[in-house]
Design a protein around this ligand. Structure first.
Ligand code: MG
Length: 336
């Protein structure tokens, strides 16, 4: 494999993506805000704390069970703002269209994008369209950027995990990745599973109403829960201990992963949030999550420890331990 060219691995959100950022982007672009490498940047303007983020969507297929590239482009960006505790307000949308895209498909995607924005309470306030010749893109790619306001007193960042924090998740892992793969050409398996793609800002607002001791929030998208937890362990210089018996996975995801040779811990989610909460507030935050439609299956999956800083360790169901590393290699190209 050529090492001097971009590989699919570089887009997988795991180790190769991090290496690419460190080699090609950070040296040229770095500043204190970018260097934090959080889901959204946080900036203070005239006393107002703004969150800003951007993301591009290249999912294949463009329509999948539980969503499409239009709703995904809203949810992903709204969620990255929510992961700073921000109230998402405004989005920009850039469309890159391939010559030959069926107009009815574009209209369906735009309707879905608009419905997702209404549901999340955000407005698309600026947009752009480009068309490239047939074969120079795959039907449609979408970029969205978003801005929101971080309420006073909310300080959530990947750097803020501390020993003792409980690690919570709002439901089972891997639904999005498996739902998208189930419709991919060349991979034929049947599942009733739908993507978990959803806007998390309402759930996060409810959680913040229950506790100001929420230290970290992260949506485990590409690279899955395992990669997100490794990022947080490194950013906060803490260890994370997971209990295998507590990791929530639907039977349909377990079955699909076994067939495809995947691990649910590494499969993408688009409606999940990992929350690091001070131990004294963990139960009240879990209760609030459990009474929200997007958190009915919320549970605690582990805790932050002083041991093994920068590493995530899994206590297995048979009583052993193993290190859970970041995703390495390309597991699922074009999953989001
Ligand atoms: Mg994110």
């Amino acid at each position: 494999m050529k090492t001097d060219c971009i590989q699919l691995d570089h887009g997988a959100g795991g180790r190769a993506s991090h290496e690419l950022v460190a080699r090609a982007f950070l040296p040229a672009l770095t500043n204190p805000i970018l260097a934090e490498l959080n889901d959204a940047a946080a900036m203070t303007l005239d006393g107002l704390r703004l969150a800003m983020t951007t993301d591009s969507y290249v999912v294949d297929p463009i329509f999948f069970p539980g969503g499409d590239i239009g709703s995904l482009a809203v949810h992903g960006t709204v969620n990255d703002l929510a992961m700073r505790g921000a109230r998402p307000l405004y989005l920009s949308v850039g469309f890159i269209l391939e010559e030959g895209l069926v107009l009815a498909d574009l209209e369906r995607i735009v309707q879905s994008l608009a419905a997702a924005a209404r549901e999340a309470g955000v407005q698309v306030v600026t947009a752009d369209t480009k068309v490239v010749p047939r074969g120079k893109a795959d039907r449609i790619f979408i970029n969205t950027s978003g801005v929101g306001i971080i309420p006073p007193g909310v300080h959530i960042a990947g750097q803020n995990a501390r020993a003792g924090d409980r690690v919570l998740i709002n439901g089972p892992m891997g639904d999005h990745g498996v739902a998208v793969l189930s419709k991919r050409e060349g991979l034929s398996f049947q599942t009733e599973l739908e993507s978990d793609s959803a806007p998390l800002n309402g759930l996060v607002a409810a959680m913040l109403g229950a506790s100001r001791e929420i230290h970290v929030l992260r949506d485990p998208t590409r690279g899955g829960v395992a990669t997100s937890l490794n990022e947080i362990a490194r950013q906060s210089k803490v260890g994370i201990r997971l209990e295998e018996s507590r990791l929530p996975v639907r039977p349909a995801v377990t079955a699909a992963c076994e067939m495809l040779g995947l691990e649910p811990l590494y499969v993408a989610n688009e409606g999940k949030v990992l929350a690091f909460v001070a131990p004294e507030d963990a139960d009240s935050v879990l209760a609030v999550m459990g009474s929200h439609p997007l958190g009915r299956e919320a549970c605690a999956i582990g805790e932050v420890v002083e041991d093994h800083p920068g590493r995530v360790v899994l206590e297995t169901e048979i009583g052993g331990t193993r290190i859970v590393d970041m995703l390495s290699g390309e597991q699922l190209p074009r999953i989001c």
